[in-house]
Ligand binder design. Structure first.
Ligand SMILES: C[S@@+](CC[C@H](N)C(=O)[O-])C[C@H]1O[C@@H](n2cnc3c(N)ncnc32)[C@H](O)[C@@H]1O
Length: 412
């Protein structure tokens, strides 16, 4: 795909920009975003600090070279920021340019945030939806953002204002003057890059109703769609008034939180606390059932199936549900036999896993949900696989095998 178009070449069919090319990453990193900073990023930072406090753990989805993440930390609008982006070059730039220990950056596949459910107090997503070529991909991203946001968290989306297409702003123009864009149309964008000329990109024109529909489908309620820049264009050297402000901000929260938290006047972000979760120890013919984890902590390593207990769900119901979702196995829950802390300070995660002995009932192994693979292991087999490092998988397996043996030997 051709993406970093020089102005003089012009013409040709528009193709949505591929952000995973080094030229686009370097060009965008060199862009002086003072207009966005004054009119969109600064209000966003202030909103986030007001809504979530200074202790928030924030996901910067589509972080680019980390400019927004750094601003959030510099302005003390977050205690920790995780930036994710599909472009490895962008992530490398972000890592090199962000000295703050509270900032972490990861390359991801679109719509896959490698963190567990309910990790983030807030998600910011700046100028990313306009770069997503299909509504289906927008839906997948929105669903993933809903998954990793805490139930009382807030989503902030900042994007070009679709009503401002064709208007020349001091450093950019989004869309061609006089052209009427339909929902999902490709749209040429010119960014003035200091010293090198113009970076021409192709993004997508999405109606605000599309943002709202996609967010609603993912379980969000849109609180506000706010024009950004109408009041302060003079700050960036423009004549006021202007017909349409250059940017817009969408603020949303998870719909499930609306009746309970908002109704009770508790709609603020919160710092994460240790979370109770289940660990299903299924024993069958001298083997234990393990899964290879898809998410942090211990992504890619083998551990027991299990996961977060949902609000109102009992420990045993959560255990059999998580087990079935991750492995396809249906089991009868037995005794609680251990509890372990899983602390991953690098990712600010703390779970308390409650171990439940389970007896296999039915089901062929099928890995799913948070599991990359599922398989049965003897203790000896476990010496040859990379097991989770955040807790002692082998010790739990030994206890489970021993308990199961005792139960089998007990007179019926
Ligand atoms: C215009 S830049 C904005 C970067 C940053 N948010 C900022 O405001 O400075 C868009 C970024 O979104 C990233 N991006 C595009 N599509 C994405 C997707 N589907 N998932 C995650 N990131 C994406 C691009 O790689 C690029 O870094």
């Amino acid at each position: 795909m051709a993406q970093y178009r020089k102005r003089e070449r012009g013409g040709g069919a528009a193709v949505t920009t591929s952000w995973t090319t080094p030229a686009v990453s370097a060009g965008f990193d060199a862009y002086d975003d003072y207009v966005e900073t004054r009119l969109a990023y600064t209000p966003l930072v202030n909103d986030l600090r007001t809504t979530c406090g200074r202790e928030a753990i924030v996901l910067d989805y589509g972080c680019g070279s980390g400019k927004v993440s750094r601003r959030l930390l510099d302005a003390e609008a977050a205690a920790q920021v995780v930036g994710v982006d599909i472009s490895t070059d962008m992530i490398t730039l972000a890592q090199v340019q962000s000295p703050q220990p509270a900032a972490r950056f990861h390359t991801i596949d679109s719509g896959h945030v490698p963190y567990p459910d309910d990790t983030f107090d807030a998600v910011v997503c700046c100028f990313v939806f306009i770069n997503v070529p299909t509504r289906e991909e927008l839906r997948a991203i929105a669903r993933e953002l809903a998954r990793v946001l805490t139930p009382t968290g807030t989503l902030f989306i900042v994007d070009s204002n679709p009503a401002a297409t064709g208007i020349p702003f001091p450093t950019f123009r989004s869309g061609e003057p006089g052209r009427c864009y339909r929902d999902g149309d490709e749209r040429r964008v010119s960014l003035q890059i200091p010293g090198t000329g113009v970076l021409e990109l192709v993004d997508r024109h999405w109606f605000i109703s599309t943002y709202e529909a996609v967010l609603n489908e993912a379980g969000f309620t849109v609180d506000q769609v706010t024009d950004r820049g109408a009041q302060s264009v003079e700050d960036v050297g423009m004549q006021s008034p202007i017909d349409h402000p250059p940017f817009m901000q969408i603020t949303a929260h998870l719909a499930a939180a609306s009746e309970s938290a908002i109704g009770a006047g508790q709609m603020t972000c919160r710092r994460s606390y240790p979370k109770p979760a289940t660990l299903a120890a299924v024993v069958w013919e001298g083997r234990v059932l393990l899964i290879r984890r898809a998410h942090m902590p211990d992504a890619g390593r083998w551990a027991f199936p299990g996961g977060k207990i949902e609000l109102g769900e009992t420990l045993t119901v959560a255990t059999v549900r998580e087990l079935a979702e991750e492995t396809g196995v249906h089991a009868t829950p037995g005794d609680v036999f251990d509890a372990v802390d899983v602390i991953d300070a690098d990712h600010d995660l703390h779970y308390v896993l409650i171990a439940v002995l389970c007896r296999w009932e039915r089901g062929e192994l099928v890995s799913g949900d948070d599991a990359l693979e599922a398989a049965w292991f003897t203790l000896e087999d476990m010496d040859a696989i990379p097991v989770a490092q955040t807790f002692d998988v082998r010790a739990i397996a030994e206890t489970a095998l021993e308990l199961e043996r005792e139960q089998q030997e007990r007179p019926k």
